[in-house]
Design a protein around this ligand. Structure first.
Ligand SMILES: Cc1cc2nc3c(=O)[nH]c(=O)nc-3n(C[C@H](O)[C@H](O)[C@H](O)COP(=O)(O)OP(=O)(O)OC[C@H]3O[C@@H](n4cnc5c(N)ncnc54)[C@H](O)[C@@H]3O)c2cc1C
Length: 602
């Protein structure tokens, strides 16, 4: 099935299908596909960040009372808080590619972006996707303008990653009119000023605890907001505990189905992850801009820093990381949008669960995006700080803040460890359930490598053929390695976290390289063609080294003594190092970045 979006025809794909497809075989959504209208919205968001947020950064970071709320309301006046809200409830009902583009544009001030993201994302989306018509009518129009601010309260002192182990209790009153909530929620973003909280709690019952979401208003008697945390980064955002002491919540405020709170919690986190991944790439672009500007101005040994080879190499590597992050990020947003539009065409209706299905379908890609984006940002921000030398360590230079703010992204919305485990387990589970053709592929690869033959490769077009071939090999290497581990550990593979982590890392590298190739092939011969091609070559080269190292480690862990040599021989059929002038590629990338004063793309 195909869907036409913005006059471009896209095939609807299933989650995880990139593992089995050829790089560039299907059109992916890329930043080059943004419409004029989307570009205009992005310009509004960027101007808001530059003119309203960044000039007040010192006050924001000092948590000047009322300031964050005032800025959110101003963002609301520009329509930046209503993108995800259905038109029926006074919103703009934009697709995910648009909301992610806006997120990306605001992340140059992470404290503000996190506050806005928590409001429009994890704060409001539970209501958008799981609320009743009455609940939506009551709150959504005011959330869309910023008159009300939302927050999401899942974490507790004893339950972070293990969110379903939450201890907050919700007991139905004798007259059946309300639930009484008791417990403590911890590290809740926006809690200092939010008006509406999605609170997760256990309802005790004969069938055991039923994990359920509730909409809790700030002025509910018994609800106390604790003091602000003192944080390492994003210091301008509000992070407080909620103490629930016999808080009465009307039964009408139960969100979604009793006992199905996990569906809300995890679906919303999936969207949050994708948003966080793209936002991280936006912050990385800002870090690149800061580093490029500084490297042009600062002189040592009578020359500006940007003439030194080791500094230029950093700029080149940073650019490639951003390119791949954008490619896989917008690809994922486009995949979700397309699936959603396709499901909508099959069963139109504003209040059904098509969007949740579309999001669930791309669990693997959303987790990859979260991990890749946050780690690409850490890499880019750290190198940008290094380019600033000692000045980068001083708070008067914005890169100091950017590098501190970057760190949180690996922790919240599911830690990167949890996302790695989740994405690896999801690939294997879908394979076992025959939702994706993993088992057939395992057998085909094994048969071919046993004969010492490379699986057949057919390039898509005649550009980047070497890169395409390497990605084809990487996919097979990753699947071959994990197949050996699956055969050894069978169902107990779940306990082999290091193997799953290595498999996740291989999938992340493969998706990044695959997406970079697809974007570059689609771009054709535009003005940035050689820059994009160089970014792709560097991404593929990096991915190849990682994937084959990891595949060997997995084999070494999974294959008993005498079988290891055979396994390594079979893997060697795919393992072809090719001489790429990485230094030359980085040098060309750096030259373009320096010319542009930062990221040269749109
Ligand atoms: C600034 C900030 C804002 C936040 N905002 C919100 C919010 O708005 N709403 C909300 O509900 N929560 C929020 N959180 C909480 C956040 O989502 C959690 O911190 C996160 O889920 C991790 O939980 P934890 O900190 O308890 O770490 P833990 O779960 O204790 O994990 C500690 C370490 O162990 C690892 N680990 C845990 N389990 C496993 C496992 N099974 N296998 C391997 N490794 C494992 C983790 O990856 C991590 O490295 C926020 C946190 C911070 C710091």
């Amino acid at each position: 099935m195909a869907v036409t979006m913005k006059d471009v025809q896209f095939d609807v794909r299933d989650g995880g299908s990139f593992i089995f497809e050829r790089a560039g075989e299907f059109r992916i959504f890329t930043p080059e596909d943004f419409t004029d209208e989307q570009q205009q919205m992005r310009a509004v968001a960027l101007r808001f960040a530059e003119e309203e947020v960044l000039p007040r950064i010192v006050d924001i970071e000092a948590k000047k009372p009322g300031l964050m709320r005032e800025l959110l309301e101003k963002a609301g006046e520009l329509g930046l808080l209503m993108l995800d809200v259905p038109q029926k409830y006074d919103g703009l009902e934009q697709d995910k590619t648009t909301t992610m583009l806006i997120t990306e544009s605001l992340t140059r001030c992470a404290s503000f972006a996190v506050s806005l993201g928590a409001h429009v994302g994890i704060g409001s989306l539970p209501l958008v996707y799981f609320g009743t018509v009455e609940q939506k009518t009551k709150w959504l129009p005011r959330l869309a303008t910023g008159e009300l601010i939302a927050a999401y309260a899942l974490t507790e002192p004893g339950s972070g990653s293990d969110a379903l182990a939450a201890k907050t209790r919700a007991v139905l009153s004798d007259d059946g009119t309300h639930y009484v909530l008791n417990g403590t929620k911890q590290w809740i973003t926006n809690a200092g000023f939010a008006d509406l909280f999605t609170v997760f709690a256990q309802i005790p019952s004969d069938k055991g605890d039923q994990f359920t979401a509730f909409l809790v208003e700030r002025d509910s008697p018994g609800l106390t907001i604790g003091t602000e945390e003192h944080k390492h980064g994003i210091t301008g955002s509000s992070t407080c505990p909620l103490i629930l002491d016999d808080v009465k919540v009307p039964v009408d405020n139960v969100l979604g189905t009793i006992g199905k709170g996990h569906r809300i919690a995890f679906n919303i986190l999936n969207v949050g992850r994708a948003r966080l991944g793209i936002g991280s790439i936006g912050a990385a672009r800002y870090a690149l801009k800061l580093a490029t500007g500084y490297a042009a101005e600062r002189k040592q040994f009578g020359k500006s820093l940007d003439t030194f080879g080791l500094i230029r190499a950093k700029l080149g590597s940073m650019a490639a990381a951003i390119y791949a992050g954008e490619a896989l990020g917008y690809r994922t947003a486009g995949l979700i949008d397309r699936k959603y539009h396709a499901l909508e065409e099959l069963s139109p209706g504003p209040d059904d669960d098509d969007f949740q299905k579309a999001v669930e379908e791309f669990t693997i890609e959303a987790s990859i995006l979260k991990v890749h984006g946050s780690e690409a940002l850490d890499f880019v921000a750290d190198e940008a700080l290094q380019i600033h030398g000692g000045y980068g360590y001083m708070t008067e230079y914005p890169i100091e803040r950017v590098s501190r703010d970057a760190r949180i992204n690996r922790i919240f919305e599911g830690t990167n460890e949890i996302n790695r485990l989740l994405l690896a387990a999801t690939v294997l589970k879908r394979g076992m359930k025959q939702r994706i053709p993993l088992m057939q592929k395992f057998q085909a690869i094994s048969a071919s490598l046993k004969k010492g033959e490379e699986p057949t490769f057919e390039p898509v077009g005649d550009a980047l053929v070497d890169e395409q071939r390497q990605v084809h090999r990487m996919k097979h290497a990753a699947l071959f390695a994990i197949y050996q581990a699956v055969q050894r550990y069978m169902m107990k593979i779940e306990e082999q976290q290091e193997i799953l982590g290595a498999f996740a890392d291989m999938m992340i590298e493969v998706f990044a390289a695959d997406s970079a190739i697809a974007r570059t092939l689609q771009y054709g011969d535009g003005p940035l063609a050689s820059f994009y091609a160089d970014c792709t070559t560097l991404t593929v080269e990096h991915a190849r080294d990682e994937v084959f190292t990891l595949a060997k480690r997995v084999l070494a862990a999974a294959l008993p003594g005498d079988k290891l040599a055979t396994g390594l021989d079979q893997l060697a059929v795919l393992d072809h190092w090719r001489a790429v002038d990485v230094f030359g590629v980085r040098e060309r990338l750096a030259a373009t970045v320096i010319d542009a004063g930062g990221w040269p793309g749109i």
